[in-house]
Design a protein around this ligand. Structure first.
Ligand code: DAH
Length: 333
């Protein structure tokens, strides 16, 4: 018994119509997936119809095959359009249900701050960087050579007594000042030199309101041809003006083994003269120690204690407060 091609065509059209109606009515993505399996799956109605092609006249088969593909593609297209529409509707619904209430109280995350000692060091470094200096650093554990000898401290010179030193069992020391970095830097670099050296220092001091065994210094050093004491003075004026504003400053003669002449710098602050730093022209012996020719090069240097600077700038009566980690105190800065 043969089957009429029109019969199969009618069946395919019926499948198409039924599928289209079902898809139009589907209101969820789950349902859509079920319909896809039902109408386009291997066990769906289209393969079933095609199974009946064996009974067709061979000349009619290509036409029915093409018709089956048409129906399949039409269902496929419909399915995809429906899917896009349902996804959009789902998103819209989510947007409407998940509104953000901006008036609700937030979660408070307290913000950390830079410690006053670090912020002062940053400020000083910024000023010198603005003058063309770069930062140089060195180790906190030092040899006698870098901390003293190369800086023109003779072995038994009383100048060593000014810096109560912490000695380590192996004969090394904890650096008593950042001046050791001068030597290390100059050994490695040719002049001209313009460096700023921040860092931690150690001395065998009894802790009180103005002394701590661990403290910070910032030192600056410039070496070039033709540098004079006026360059030092101009640099100091520039530096202190940026930190304190236009305040009177004065220089008093002093002594450091690594500078000649040496001076102590005072500034007038809240009606009093305050000693703020040491400085001077780099001693020719220091230049010789690092292999610079003192007949060609001259230079100046200066060093200041950061805790002392903080005490003056922020009017802190006891520098131990800087180390207590008491947030009530630290929050003020
Ligand atoms: N290193 C000295 C100290 O710790 C401070 C100092 C004085 C540094 C004069 C200098 C300087 O560079 O020229 O007491």
């Amino acid at each position: 018994m043969t089957v009429q091609p029109t019969e199969l065509e009618a069946q395919l059209d019926a499948i198409r119509q039924e599928a289209q109606q079902a898809l139009a009515a589907a209101n969820s993505l789950d349902l859509l997936e079920q319909l896809r399996v039902k109408y386009l799956g291997k066990k769906g109605p289209i393969p079933q119809v095609l199974g009946g092609m064996g009974k067709l006249d061979p000349g009619d088969r290509p036409r029915i095959g093409a018709r089956a593909n048409e129906v399949k593609e039409a269902i496929q297209t419909e399915l995809e359009q429906r899917k896009i529409a349902l996804q959009a509707a789902q998103l819209q619904a989510a947007l409407e249900s998940e509104t953000l209430d901006v008036t609700m109280p937030g979660v408070y995350h307290p913000q950390g701050k830079v410690h006053p000692l670090n912020s002062i060091m940053d400020r000083v470094i910024d000023i010198f960087v603005g003058l063309g200096y770069t930062v140089a650093e060195g180790p906190e554990m030092e040899t006698d050579y870098y901390n003293f000898e190369a800086l023109n401290f003779l072995p038994d010179h009383p100048a060593r007594d000014m810096q109560d030193t912490l000695f380590l069992p192996d004969g090394n020391i904890l650096r008593t000042h950042t001046s050791s970095v001068q030597i290390r830097y100059m050994e490695e670099n040719e002049p001209p030199v313009r460096i700023i050296m921040p860092g931690r220092c150690y001395r065998r001091d009894t802790v009180d309101a103005t002394h701590t065994a661990v403290f910070h210094q910032i030192e600056f050093l410039a070496i070039d041809e033709g540098l004079t004491f006026t360059d030092l003075k101009g640099t100091l004026r520039m530096f202190l003006e940026q930190l304190f504003g236009e305040v009177p400053i004065r220089m008093r003669p002093s002594f450091f083994p690594f500078t000649e002449p040496s001076a102590e710098v005072d500034l007038q602050w809240k009606g009093r003269w305050l000693e703020i730093m040491g400085c001077g022209m780099v001693d020719p012996n220091v230049l010789k120690a690092v292999g610079y020719d003192p007949e060609v090069y001259t230079g100046f240097a200066g060093g200041l204690g950061v805790e002392r600077l903080a005490a003056v700038l922020y009017q802190i009566d006891d520098i131990r407060r800087l180390y207590n980690s008491d947030l009530r105190f630290l929050k003020q800065f």
